[in-house]
Design a protein around this ligand. Sequence first.
Ligand code: IFM
Length: 529
Amino acid sequence: MDGPGAIPAAAARFADSASVDRAFAELSAFWDRYLSVIRVETPDAAFNSMLNLHNPRQCFTTKTWSRYLSLYQLGYGSDRGIGFRDSSQDVMGVIPQIPEEARELIEKLLSVQSRDGSAYHQFNPLTMAAGRGDSMEYEDRPHWYSDDHLWIVLAVAAYAKETGNYAFLDKTVPFYEKDKAEKPLETGSVLEHLFRGVFFTRSHTGAHGLPLLGFADWNDTVNLPAGAESLFTAHLYGWALRELADLCACLGNHGKTAELLQWYGEMQEAVLASAWDGDWFVRYFNADGTPIGSAKNEYGKLWLNAQSWAVLSGFGDSEGKGRKAMDAVAKHLATEKGIKLSWPGYNGYDREKGGVTTYPPGAKENGGIFLHPNPWAIIAETLLGEGDKAFDYYRRINPAAKNAIADEYECEPYCYAQNILADEHPNFGLGRNSWLSGTSSWMYQTGVKHILGIRPEHGGLLIDPCIPRDWEGFSVIRHCRGAEYRISVKNPGRVSKGVASLTVDGNKVEGNRVPWFESGTHEIEAILG
Ligand code: IFM
């Protein structure tokens, strides 16, 4: 039973002190187990405390509560519920610790995917009733979001890499639409859901061959008239295509892999043909072809996600464009308190751009230090091999390293906030909306998978660190697929990246991938150089 009627039975479970003690013991055992899945020891104490305790704890909270029941966000009584985009990302922060709960959430998310491949933007987890979100407030705008359905591809791929449970891809899950008797009109395998998602994007492109924005992409507050195109969605589509291609290769479906990689190549061509602005990548195109995120614009000249994601998707690899784009980020967007989402902030309401222009310059999505995209910039720097830069960006927003400026920052020192006011705002440095932010999942993944570089792949556990050059090394204990890996990384040559040699239980292994074991404890030693 749900609701107030359930209270007496719940209270009765804790009517005597022995039951209370038992419940506390269970809770403590849960956290001991949860926090033991990944343990790190590095030369940076604030990094260790985030990765060993606070960050995975916040990830559990975001996975459980998405963006509702928060002191900052709309209350439970609203129809916000679980966000498709939000939870598809949050879930990636808990897959190593609670893979089966993660899978259950992934299935729920897939069950609110539309038959056309797009996704309902949000759903109530108790009733599973889904809705189209804020897009319904504007009659003249599309009622779908261009990114939602692509995030779930990343989540399913992460689940498969972590667990090796490829049978899950065949599991049948309904699409959302139902008949009058509430029976789903169509079902499909998990893999079919993912194919429909990427196909939706492939078949909804605009004048430059780039994905249409729909009502919005990751940035909820930029709502351009119909026909606008999104570079963010182009890059997310690229990442999703590569994940799906890898999954298909792993399942032995090489024809499908080739087709998906061809789609990837086509989108890369469209991006490179239209979106390079000279020193950085454009963020959107309006329906009339006007770029947003161009040196030609008066406001919103440069947007972080258009640069970092050009590296994440691999589309910006060509002729050093990705590096140049990230240099523009360092020059115009990076402050000592975190990286701004865009610059300069809009200064006044403009219905043609949407909610972004309702914030003062330097706040939230209008040129604020929006933290959720900061880890994407950090990952981009690791992909470019810049360990010092990556760790510097990490440190700038690490709440455990903000004690000296606690009065200015105002948020908790043990969890990530959603945003910090940026240097165009008089309260530069003030943090807000802590706890329920996608920053948590991404900062956790960034720390473990990209800076320390301990990353489950289909073919084994990858050891691919990108660390500050002055680190002597670090160690990680990682439990995965029934085995324990005790990893020691040494850095005698003081480099950032590049595994020169790898031993597994004393035996030399070629490359930087540890083969999967089903059980036991395994000693891994990697020497960088
Ligand atoms: O991506 C969104 C998220 O879904 C809700 N909070 C704001 C983010 C950026 O607009």
